[in-house]
Design a protein around this ligand. Structure first.
Ligand code: ATP
Length: 258
């Protein structure tokens, strides 16, 4: 028995990625528990973002990347001949990036983009209420309700990141991948996003790459420690930060390397 959930939302088995023949991820296994925040930590270049991108086939967009092994969503294989369509997969497994990247469109159109692409609701009242609800869930509605026609790119960095979260949740994904979502933000904007992540966990499964030990400890329930393309240790966040089993994990969380 591991410390992991017995009914994982997503799994990775011997998942490996090479970039132009160079290994970046060396065949890792991980279970992602439903309704939790899983933090991926580890030194720079150890494969955290590469792993994250495997979970919604974003590595497909990198020409040099070759993925092997298996990843599943609700037990369904993502890769291989019977794998999932990347566009449909990304509607179920959304992504928020390091730098807030709203489209050069209005706040409204940023949030309506996914629902329009996937024809989720009709234009008009139904779309208006979906946009409103998504902005409310992202904690941004009150700040933008009177300026929905203004460019999303005109918001502050923290607001832009919450807009990107609203855009991601507008299509009701099951999983949200976050790649260092606060690293471009100031401490106040970071605190708001961390609170938001904690709230979103009630509705979504979240996998987050972070360089901040404090952030991993504050917002995640499970932590996986990556080192040189492997997952060295995974377990309950509290245990990882208080009693790591592996000396490499211990060295990293106490700041001896990384
Ligand atoms: N698009 C790419 N093309 C070629 N090599 C890449 C690409 N992306 C990542 N790599 C390489 O793969 C390895 C793992 O990188 P990755 O970005 O996944 O690590 P990371 O742990 O997320 O790093 P960081 O914490 O610095 O973001 C590194 O050696 C990196 O140089």
């Amino acid at each position: 028995m591991t410390e992991q959930s017995i009914q994982p939302k997503m799994t990775a088995r011997t998942l490996a990625v090479h970039y132009g023949g160079k290994p970046a991820l060396k065949g890792v296994d991980l279970d992602i528990a439903a309704g939790e925040v899983t933090a991926l930590i580890g030194p720079s270049g150890c494969g955290k973002s590469t792993f994250l991108r495997c979970l919604n086939r974003m590595n497909d967009t990198i020409a040099a990347a070759r993925v092997s092994g298996s990843a599943t969503l609700d037990g369904e294989e993502i890769y291989g001949a019977a794998g999932m369509d990347p566009v449909l997969l990304r509607a179920r497994v959304g992504m928020v990036f390091q730098r807030p990247n709203p489209f050069p469109k209005s706040i409204y159109d940023n949030v309506a983009f996914g629902p329009r692409l996937h024809r989720l609701v009709a234009e008009g009242e139904a779309m208006d209420s979906l946009v409103r609800r998504s902005l409310e869930r992202a904690g941004l509605w009150k700040e933008v309700k009177d300026v929905l026609g203004q460019m999303g790119t005109g918001l502050s960095g923290g607001q832009q990141q919450r807009l990107c979260i609203a855009r991601a949740i507008a299509v009701e994904p099951e999983v949200i991948l976050m790649d260092e979502p606060c690293s471009a933000l100031d401490p106040i904007a970071t605190a708001r996003i961390e609170e938001l992540i904690d709230e979103l966990r009630e509705s979504f499964t979240i996998v987050m790459v972070t360089h901040s030990m404090q952030q991993a400890a504050r917002v995640s329930q499970t932590t996986a420690f990556f080192h040189l393309g492997d997952i060295v240790e995974v377990g309950a966040t509290e245990r990882i930060f208080t009693a790591p089993a592996n000396p490499l994990t211990q060295g990293y969380i106490t700041g001896r390397f990384g």
